[in-house]
Design a protein around this ligand. Structure first.
Ligand SMILES: Cc1cc2nc3c(=O)[nH]c(=O)nc-3n(C[C@H](O)[C@H](O)[C@H](O)COP(=O)(O)O)c2cc1C
Ligand code: SF4
Length: 414
């Protein structure tokens, strides 16, 4: 079979929950190959340098190896994280809607590779089309006996479950997902223990993002060299970039990991609306950093962005043009995060609320120099004082806006 340049969004794969069409284009053959030697898939994932695409960029093989080494107690879980609720990120829903079989195949192969017998597809409850497609596709897997192939390789029954999440942004944090799966409000847990050691009901649990898992069938079918060759520079494979904001053609673009920001915005996104000059890009979703026109040639991969003080995060790129107020935009995002805080860590609960209040004052021309100083002092005090990364993300956003646009904060003071 001819290897494809687009892995995830190739038209042949965008068949929705149509198992027959999906199989006609080679769907399912990666599972048959992986079932013969599931452990070998872990090595493939390591050599391919597949990263976690839910935001962290963590090397996938490391988590897979830990879960594989843990004995089932009595079960082992794989949670497919499709909570996707960050502003500006809209890639996982596309995969779930348009290529649910690809996601299921990747998840089932991952389950075999780590010895998981329970797969939970954990999906944002507001994504009705994703839920419908996935539900149908899971039924088709059962009816066609595909889960049986996996169960034989696993040596025990393989359960596939579809679970709508709680509808909270914080529910996407991996330990919050575990809580919801166990039937409680999705409050993030303290770590350690990490889910890989003690996750759902104390069982070893692998949590991976939808996009991360969707890559696995192609990696199995076409091999490490082909996968690495799809990336540019230090990037391997492809990446789904969610492009939005003041661009002519917003959308999800599957491009080589490591594609320059300039190419994404101008060659694929058609440039800025009304030909306006670029002012900044919220990279990786708003809980990350701001890049400016000086960064247009940065390669959009995890390592290159980290080196330039940014973060790839989920691959969301929210573009803003000259004329857009940065303080207003940051205030809107921080308000979202303040509402999203689960409130169990006092520094996060009161910290995000205070940051949001101060930003609103400054944005509406009521802020004083003392308010700005408090904002900056809080940003110095708050990092690492919450259980999960939400609080650090908010501070990262603010710090990066201070670095590039401090004058806008000063100019907005009364
Ligand atoms: C506040 C918060 C929200 C998150 N939301 C999501 C989400 O919606 N989907 C997701 O895959 N990861 C989300 N994550 C990251 C997960 O905790 C976890 O790192 C990820 O699911 C692991 O999968 P990966 O290694 O394939 O990226 C979130 C993290 C935080 C701190
Ligand atoms: S840091 Fe914030 S969102 Fe995260 S667990 Fe603590 S209170 Fe909840």
């Amino acid at each position: 079979m001819e290897p494809l340049n687009q892995l995830l969004l190739h038209p042949d794969h965008r068949v929705g929950a149509d198992l027959t069409r999906w199989q006609a284009h080679g769907g399912g053959s990666a599972l048959s190959a992986a079932a013969a030697d599931p452990a070998a898939v872990r090595e493939l994932v390591r050599l391919a340098d597949l990263r976690g695409l839910g935001g962290s960029g963590f090397p996938v093989w490391k988590k897979w190896d830990v879960v594989a080494a843990e004995p089932a107690r009595p079960d082992k879980y794989l949670v497919v994280n499709g909570n996707e609720d960050e502003p500006g990120t809209f890639k996982d829903r596309l995969l779930l809607e348009e290529t649910p079989h690809q996601v299921i195949e990747g998840a089932v192969i991952a389950a075999l590779a780590v010895g998981a017998n329970r797969v939970v597809f954990y999906v944002n409850p507001d994504l009705a089309r994703s839920l419908t497609a996935l539900k149908l596709a899971i039924e088709q897997w059962r009816a066609a006996g595909l889960t049986e192939i996996a169960a034989r390789a696993l040596g025990r029954p393989l359960e596939l479950e579809l679970l709508p999440g709680s509808g909270h942004y914080i529910g996407g944090e991996e330990t919050a997902a575990l809580e919801w799966i166990e039937g409680r409000f999705p409050f993030p847990r303290g770590k350690p223990p990490y889910p890989a050691q003690s996750g759902v009901h104390g069982c070893p649990t692998l949590v991976n993002n939808v996009e991360t898992l969707a890559h696995v069938p192609h990696l199995v079918l076409y091999g490490v060299d082909w996968f690495r060759g799809r990336g540019i520079g230090r990037g391997t494979g492809t990446k789904l970039y969610s492009l939005s904001g003041d661009v002519l053609h917003p959308g999800v673009y599957e491009l080589p990991m490591g594609t320059p920001l300039r190419e994404l915005i101008y060659a694929h996104g058609g440039g800025l609306l009304s030909g306006k000059p670029l002012k900044a890009v919220f990279t990786g979703g708003p809980s990350n950093t701001l890049l400016t026109p000086a960064d247009l040639d940065v390669a959009l991969d995890f390592d290159s962005l980290r080196e330039c003080g940014g973060s790839l995060g989920t691959g969301a790129m929210i573009v803003i043009s000259e004329g857009t107020g940065v303080v207003k935009r940051v205030a809107e995002y921080v308000r979202f995060f303040a509402h999203s805080s689960c409130g169990q860590c006092p520094p996060c609960k009161t910290g995000t609320a205070t940051l949001s209040r101060l930003l609103d004052r400054i944005d509406t021309g009521r802020g004083t120099p003392a308010d700005l100083a408090t904002l900056e002092n809080l940003c110095a005090m708050l990092p690492n004082s919450g259980r999960c990364h939400l609080l650090n993300g908010v501070v990262q956003l603010l710090d990066s806006s201070f670095r590039h646009f401090h004058h806008e904060y000063r100019n907005a003071l009364r």
